[in-house]
Write a protein of this length. Structure first.
Length: 180
């Protein structure tokens, strides 16, 4: 019955450790700042439902069955994104070649991608400038990046964009990098 909650006053919503299969009934929660949907059975980040969460700063969807980050593009105020222990193999949209995280780059401070199926090519979008333009920092506020327990064989995709010679990753605020 979340759809009946007051969208003006609700700022935090914890729905973790249930058996939810989809995200629904949330689009009206325009003042929601924190959403925890961890440890459910969600497979898709429903962009229609998430698009109404215009003030969301934290999204916790770890321990689900999510295969793609498609749907988070409208969450431009996100500071923390946790998609650990899912089924991600790439942060790049195969259809247009752009990183799903591009619209979030200016505000994102913490990114948790551990325990997925990301390989070297799958994380290449983290420094790809495709579709961004300009010479600004790639993730100017990112201080924590967790890539533990993935399928990485090198750290090169975090430093150099192999498809665009001369494009180097910039991590001016990075304090913690987890890649064990």
């Amino acid at each position: 019955p979340v759809q009946y909650c007051n969208g003006e006053t609700l700022t935090e919503l914890y729905l973790a450790n249930n058996k939810l299969k989809e995200i629904s009934g949330l689009e009206h929660l325009k003042n929601l700042r924190k959403l925890d949907l961890g440890a459910n059975r969600i497979r898709v980040l429903n962009g229609t439902e998430l698009s109404g969460l215009v003030n969301l700063e934290e999204l916790w969807v770890g321990k689900n069955k999510i295969e793609s980050l498609d749907g988070i593009q409208t969450l431009t105020k996100l500071r923390r994104l946790d998609v650990q222990s899912n089924r991600l193999t790439s942060v790049v949209n195969e259809a247009d070649g752009l990183c799903y995280l591009n619209p979030l780059r200016e505000n994102l401070e913490e990114l948790y991608l551990a325990h997925n199926g990301l390989d070297d090519e799958g994380i290449s979008g983290l420094i790809s400038l495709a579709g961004r333009g300009g010479n600004t920092c790639i993730f100017p506020k990112l201080n924590t990046l967790d890539l533990n327990r993935n399928r990485l064989t090198t750290t090169a995709p975090l430093v150099v964009d192999s498809e665009n010679n001369g494009v180097f990753g910039e991590w001016p605020m990075l304090e913690e990098l987890w890649i064990s």
